[in-house]
Design a protein around this ligand. Structure first.
Ligand code: HEC
Length: 99
């Protein structure tokens, strides 16, 4: 009886952590990326920001684009976006891959 209780608590803890991480990526995307790449990742031609929905880049490449930028790309991706940690970049990348 007692061990079952702890098993349930354990599963709920894992679940809520996973859900929180997903939420975090979505919230960060809205705050840091949506004004250029669109609320649903559809891109904004007027800003020359490509669609991220269905991107061919893998999650690691998207995270690198956020933290390190890419040589020869335009602002804000010349050096990476300031104020985004590696963990946040991973959460955003996971969110972008799920768009
Ligand atoms: C100020 C506008 C702006 C913001 C904010 C911005 N981007 Fe971008 N992004 C661009 C532009 C413009 C390009 C394409 C130009 C280039 O690569 O030089 C681009 C390119 C990219 C690419 C490469 C796409 C490809 O197919 O090569 C990725 C990935 C990306 N952005 C992700 C993000 C993420 C994630 C965020 C939020 C953390 C973000 N961007 C915030 C304007 C922006």
């Amino acid at each position: 009886m007692r061990s079952r209780f702890f098993r349930i608590v354990f599963v709920l803890t894992i679940l809520s952590t996973a859900l929180w991480a997903a939420d975090d990526g979505a919230a960060l995307y809205k705050k840091k990326c949506a004004h250029c790449h669109g609320a649903s990742g559809e891109g904004k031609p007027a800003m020359k920001a490509p669609a991220l929905k269905g991107t061919a880049l893998d999650a690691g490449a998207v995270a690198d684009q956020i933290t390190k930028g890419k040589a020869g790309s335009k602002a804000p991706h010349t050096k990476g976006i300031s104020g985004v940690t590696d963990d946040q970049a991973k959460a955003i990348a996971a969110y972008v891959k799920g768009l």
